[in-house]
Design a protein around this ligand. Sequence first.
Ligand SMILES: C[S@@+](CC[C@H](N)C(=O)[O-])C[C@H]1O[C@@H](n2cnc3c(N)ncnc32)[C@H](O)[C@@H]1O
Length: 363
Amino acid sequence: MTHHEPSLARQTAFDEAKAKAFAGQMLTALNGAALALMASIGHRTWLFDEMAAASPCTSVELARRAKLAERYVREWLGVMVAARVVTYDPVAGTYTLPREHAAFLTREGSVKNLAATMQFPSVVSALEEEILARFHDGEGMHYHHYGRFHEVMGEVSYQTTVMPLVGSILPLVDGLTDRLEAGIDVADLGCGAGRALLLLAERFPRSRFSGIDLCEAAFAPAEAAAWSKGLRNLAFRSQDLSRGLDGEFDVLFAFDAIHDQADPQAVLRSAHKALRPGGVFLMVEFGASSRLENNLAHPIAPFLYMMSTMHCTPVSLGQGGQGLGAMWGMETATEMLERAGFANVTVTRLPHDPFNAYFVARP
Ligand SMILES: C[S@@+](CC[C@H](N)C(=O)[O-])C[C@H]1O[C@@H](n2cnc3c(N)ncnc32)[C@H](O)[C@@H]1O
């Protein structure tokens, strides 16, 4: 098409109602972005936690409890009230965080702390200038550019994969808990903050655990915690898994860590090779489709594609990789596991975690 030809959009009639609905959709997005940023601040300042314990309260009382400047707290409360997260009694001048909302916004929340996940847009938007430049040069980024990424990742995955690990995830593999009790060799590939292994090493003292990640800074706090707890069955090492995996293991985990790699297929091949007879590879990845058109009904697809654009794809490209992206999808993941030599692959969805798929692969 030359620049002089009318575009398809110009040829079709302009639907006023559709345009108005779309403007509304964009304004909802604008308010959503505002709320996400303020929810991240509410989490990091512990304002949600303090409100859950003190509601109803005035802005002065809340600021005093949270040890924060009242003027900022009052303005933040304005966002929360306008966004219908917090209710406001103008006569008493008090604010209330309903219990049903606190369940999704606090560290003690009975369901899931979505305020922790709200930190991700802030973490990656700090890199907007750099990502903008990458759109032009096609180059990649490196983990050290991403500030608090590992910390936030560790906090979020603690809810999805660490807390439910023993009760819901390990039972996906028949007999695994018994084998861990008896004593086996386990590695977590791309272990990040290493909290899954910290839990397992304490719970299963006869087994031996290795946490492997490209970034030493990611697992350094868990390594220090293991030392202070006297855990001698847990070791971490910094390694580029695309270059191979040393050692033999009975069980390998990879929680949300394959698609970011420089060479995911090589990592899957190494995992297959490193498993002893009877071994098992348990991989967790987003439960999305490899086909964009199938993801329209996915409840957080825009967020996941955004994280993939801002983080997962650039960090893979930055390692000289292919930039598979977070939304590589269950079809491609299964194909790549099979290509790596895994003869038996099952994919399960777990009720506690509507966004991830759990792959159990056996050689
Ligand atoms: C999305 S994070 C997941 C971390 C952790 N498994 C969790 O669930 O919290 C992906 C991890 O893969 C690691 N990673 C990326 N490329 C790697 C490579 N080539 N070799 C080893 N680790 C790598 C990153 O450093 C990061 O910690």
